[in-house]
Design a binder for this molecule. Structure first.
Ligand code: TIU
Length: 226
């Protein structure tokens, strides 16, 4: 099997089998990226997240170019919120106010499946042949079929992008690491509402000899494939 090496990865070069490596793009949803969605109702400045949309598109298109699998995730609950525990529903920063399930300002109910505001932003939308997974938790392995899907495709290595770095992306990368996948986070295809949380997370993941995994930029990953 053809292998590629990201020479500039931290803490050291990351080698991956091209046909057995998938991109997991986490929660590039209007609910996190646009004003009036879940992210902004938590009191966050969503503009920071909007800035990575072109880089996310670049890494998505790179995987498409090389015929490598892509999985998109969406943080989303059933309309009756039966998959949202009280411990999640009651979080937030009052008096900013709106909660999961309330009517948002960008179309439909906040963090509810298939509502307009819960969809992935147009530029990063899944292609028809790409898997998209609704997940009720922060981690994508909780109450989803992502693990079985990746195993069925023979995937051993995962690259991660999306939002937010220290919440859903990091949680999912840790879940994947515990399940035996070799993992790399794409540093400029992920973003946080808090720059210091992002930089710390990237440092933590690759510390102690890649304790959770590797980090590298989208261009470094692309260069490895060219
Ligand atoms: N609030 C926050 O930073 N993130 C989330 O709630 N979900 C994701 O990270 N997708």
């Amino acid at each position: 099997m053809k292998r590629a090496t990201v020479e500039g990865a931290k803490p050291w070069p990351f080698t991956f089998p091209v046909e057995a490596t998938a991109l997991v793009m986490i929660d590039m949803q209007r609910d996190f990226v646009e004003e009036g969605g879940f992210g902004s109702t938590l009191g966050n400045n969503v503009k920071l997240l909007q800035a990575i949309v072109p880089t996310v598109r670049m890494i998505l298109d790179t995987f498409r170019e090389f015929g490598m699998p892509i999985v998109h995730t969406l943080e989303a609950h059933y309309p009756d919120l039966s998959d949202a525990p009280l411990a999640k529903l009651t979080r937030g920063q009052l008096p900013v106010g709106l909660r999961i399930g309330d009517e948002g300002e960008i179309g439909g109910r906040i963090l509810v499946r298939n509502e307009e505001g819960n969809g992935i932003v147009d530029e990063n939308a899944p292609a028809p042949n790409e898997k998209a997974i609704h997940k009720p938790g922060k981690g994508a392995f909780y109450q989803t079929d992502i693990y079985e899907f990746l195993l069925s495709k023979g995937v051993t290595h995962l690259l991660f992008g999306g939002v937010t770095t220290e919440v859903c992306v990091q949680t999912t990368m840790r879940e994947a690491c515990d399940r035996g996948f070799e993992c790399l986070m794409v540093t400029d295809a992920t973003e946080s509402y808090f720059p210091e949380f992002k930089s710390s997370t990237l440092e933590i993941l690759a510390s102690q000899g890649a304790i959770v995994g590797w980090t590298a930029s989208a261009q470094e990953v692309r260069d490895a494939l060219l």
